[in-house]
Write a protein that binds this ligand. Structure first.
Ligand code: CU
Length: 207
């Protein structure tokens, strides 16, 4: 990936900026309370590629059970309702048939593949109850939580990645034409491929 493909940080009214200058991801709240209340947002936004109206959107999802106290030492679970206790999460982390982390499939990007026209802003909302990141990486790899990285080398972009709190939204802007790989640097099986096309390749979706 060239430097030009890395995109740029979008200017946002909420000045909660990403730490890495080459990171195309910037963070905003759906409203002021989204950031300050750390997950108090109650609206739900589906993950859809809406090329004609509004921004294409991706949801980062999990299904943590807020009644399970085992989540508390690592940020808790800010969902109102969820079905996965930490013991189950740990059981789903691996398979004896696979040498690397598998991960609980409720922890996911939705959708995992998105085609957008060049120049579009992609909005990514953490709809889960746990922290996630939406980090562009040159190649998929492990994240910044070593116990979740079995068999994976750490992606070099991950140690400096910025967490997205439950309820918060990041905007990805300025992506060059081509394929872009994003992952959660906490749960590295949460992966996203964004394919950016020239605007005139699909006239019905041209801006
Ligand atoms: Cu995650």
């Amino acid at each position: 990936m060239t430097r030009s493909q890395a995109g740029r940080i979008a200017a946002l009214t909420l000045a909660f900026t990403a730490a890495c200058g080459k990171d195309p991801v910037s963070i905003a709240g759906r409203d002021a309370s989204t950031i300050t209340a750390n997950g108090a947002a109650t609206t739900s936004r589906a993950g859809n590629d809406d090329d004609e109206h509004g921004a294409p959107t991706i949801a980062m999802r999990d299904d943590c059970d807020p009644t399970d106290p085992a989540w508390a030492p690592t940020g808790g679970c800010l969902l109102r309702r969820g079905n996965v206790r930490q013991a189950e999460f740990n059981l789903e982390l691996t398979s004896p048939l696979i040498t690397s982390t598998v991960g609980h499939m409720a922890w996911r990007m939705d959708p995992t593949y998105l085609v957008v026209q060049a120049g579009r802003t992609v909005r990514v909302t953490n709809e889960g109850g746990r922290a996630h990141t939406f980090t562009e990486v040159r190649q998929f790899g492990g994240g910044k939580v070593p116990p979740l990285n079995r068999g994976m080398a750490v992606a070099p972009e991950c140690p400096g990645s910025v967490n997205v709190a439950p309820g918060a939204t990041v905007e990805v802007d300025g992506l060059a034409v081509g394929n872009h790989h994003f992952q959660c640097c906490i749960h590295p099986w949460m992966r996203e491929l964004i394919k950016v096309q020239e605007r005139d390749q699909n006239s019905s979706a041209a801006m």
